[in-house]
Design a protein around this ligand. Sequence first.
Ligand code: GDP
Length: 369
Amino acid sequence: PGIDASCAGCGVKLQTTDKELSGYIPASAAERVPAICQRCFRIKNYNDASTVTIDQDDFLRLLGGIASTDSLVVHIVDLFDFEGSVISGLQRFVGSNPVLLVVNKIDLLPKAVNYNRIRNWVQQQAKEQGLKTVDVVLCSAKRNIGFDRVVEAIEHFRGRRDVYVVGATNVGKSTLINRIIQDYSDLDAELTTSRYPGTTLDAVHIPLDDGKSIIDTPGIVYSHRMTELVPRSVLQAILPDKPIKPLVYQLNEGQTMFVGALARFDFVSGDRQSFTLYISNGLEVHRTKLERAEELYANHKGVLLSPPSVEELDELPAWTRHSLRIPRGGDYDVFVSGLGWMQVNGTSGALVDVYVPKGVKVLVRDSLM
Ligand code: GDP
């Protein structure tokens, strides 16, 4: 580049002499238009390569391939959609390779949380899903929380092995790997990305300096997550971006809550008690009497009750009802994959009906918070 050329990506002054310094661009690439520095080049190419997704069958085949390698498996899950994003049976497919569970998006929890408690909860849930893990690390790729611990844990458990990174879509896998590419001090200038061409195993290889690689696998698509069913415009609304402000409602039996036209919660029977919604704070909640719920929905779906809009509703499966019994004693969550959960601080038990688009995973679990 000319003396004053700067990187079209980040604006840093370009230079071809020192790989260790910012703005380095290989001489062979210097005539590229627009010219971008090596660091931006990696990030850009990584991003282009990392949007690959895969369905369940291909994914299981891919996992089966990992069984015959000697590697560390890093499984990234989304704390906001834990049961929706966890790959149950992972251990069965990856053979004797250790699995490190990285739990992303902890920034979404309200400020005053006890991280030890969250970690214990995750360990318990993982166990119930049949997942054996060598360790659980909490982090936020986006807010850069716990990231050092993620890198440390990877280094600790990988020894001199390859690292396979697996996860469902939208768990933050790209964001996290981008952080690794940018911050991992061992990944100096030689770093480039490449793929196995022509296979469904369209994984991105990021070489490490000991000759091993971090292998980013395609994101598995689970159609039981609301995030996979809704159109893009609605995805923005349901994926929370900021710490969730819990919404507390005191309800009598016979009351209903709508979350836009995405979900409906009926408090069918039980003593008056509190229900706390943990959902993206951009979403609107409407309360009504159960006996009026059908009418309200029929007259207002897609308009007062939105998102989704009227047109977007056409793209979604019709609602299906889940009748749930919340046990007496203890605290439980009514979990809706991709949307969030409703906490029931019941000592008296309750019957709750949940309506969500057909296919979305709904379950009752021990309370996260
Ligand atoms: P991938 O599909 O697993 O590669 O996920 P992406 O990295 O593309 O992230 C999916 C969505 O989650 C994007 O909207 C990200 O901004 C968001 N995201 C990723 N990491 C975090 C995080 O730590 N916290 C929050 N709140 N959002 C995140």
